[in-house]
Design a protein. Structure first.
Length: 236
């Protein structure tokens, strides 16, 4: 009997809601799923701890994770974070710039992440990169758009002579639909894990537990997460 599972994938896993759902999604589809996280000097560095907690708890709520969840990799790129100065890497107000982009935009962040991830994947014999980028409910970052990622996919294929595929399962989903997908994949247990253990707040605030999880409640990431959770809960 042949398996319908694909061989392997590398998930860009920050410890936030979207990447956690992508990890759960990948575990249903791939025989071996590895993860990679990046320390770029982010103010919300608490996500680096959250990612370890989520990985540890996933086998409790997703039986398939026990056998399929592979190695985790951590990459220090704080030098990049210092160059790509933003409200995510130092204390400054979250506001819009002259281009209409939020000051939380880290220039080229996803492009850098994918380059490092592809280099790692090449050495691990993995051709599928999975990220939680979304252009439906998002903060306006140009490197979250599918056309940007299509161009990046082609560049990686040409530059590394490997047929990389960048999968973005949340690309066309609203945040409410992402919550619904979470429930579909792992039921209430996975929803509770995402609410309790993932971290999205740009300010790194875990002082207050809201219905949707921990956070300041007022930064763009918290507002998107809270709005999506309310819409999903109201439609349930």
């Amino acid at each position: 009997m042949t398996s319908d599972l694909k061989p392997s994938a590398l998930v860009l896993f920050s410890g936030g809601q979207d990447s956690a759902v992508c990890l759960a999604w990948a575990l249903q589809r791939y025989e071996r799923v590895e993860t990679v996280g990046f320390d770029y000097g982010q103010r919300h560095a608490v996500e680096l701890k959250a990612r370890l907690t989520v990985r540890e708890r996933l086998p409790e709520v997703l039986p398939e994770a026990q056998a399929r969840l592979g190695e985790d990799h951590s990459v220090d790129i704080r030098g990049f974070g210092a160059v790509a100065d933003s409200a995510l890497t130092r204390e400054r107000a979250i506001e819009m710039d002259a281009r209409g982009l939020p000051s939380t935009f880290v220039p080229g962040r996803n492009l850098v992440f994918l380059t490092y991830a592809a280099a790692l994947a090449d050495r691990r014999g993995i051709e599928v990169l999975i990220g939680g980028m979304c252009e439906t409910d998002f903060s306006g970052y140009p490197d979250c758009r599918r056309d940007t990622l299509d161009a990046m996919q082609q560049a990686l294929r040409l530059g590394m002579a490997r047929d990389f595929v960048i999968e973005t399962p949340l690309m066309r989903l609203t945040k409410a639909e992402t919550w619904a997908l979470t429930q579909k994949i792992g039921g209430e247990a996975l929803v509770e894990l995402v609410e309790e253990d993932t971290h999205t707040c740009y300010l790194g605030d875990r002082g207050e537990r809201h219905t949707w999880g921990y956070g300041c409640g007022s930064c763009p990431a918290c507002e998107l997460r809270a709005k999506g959770h309310a819409e999903w809960a109201g439609a349930a």
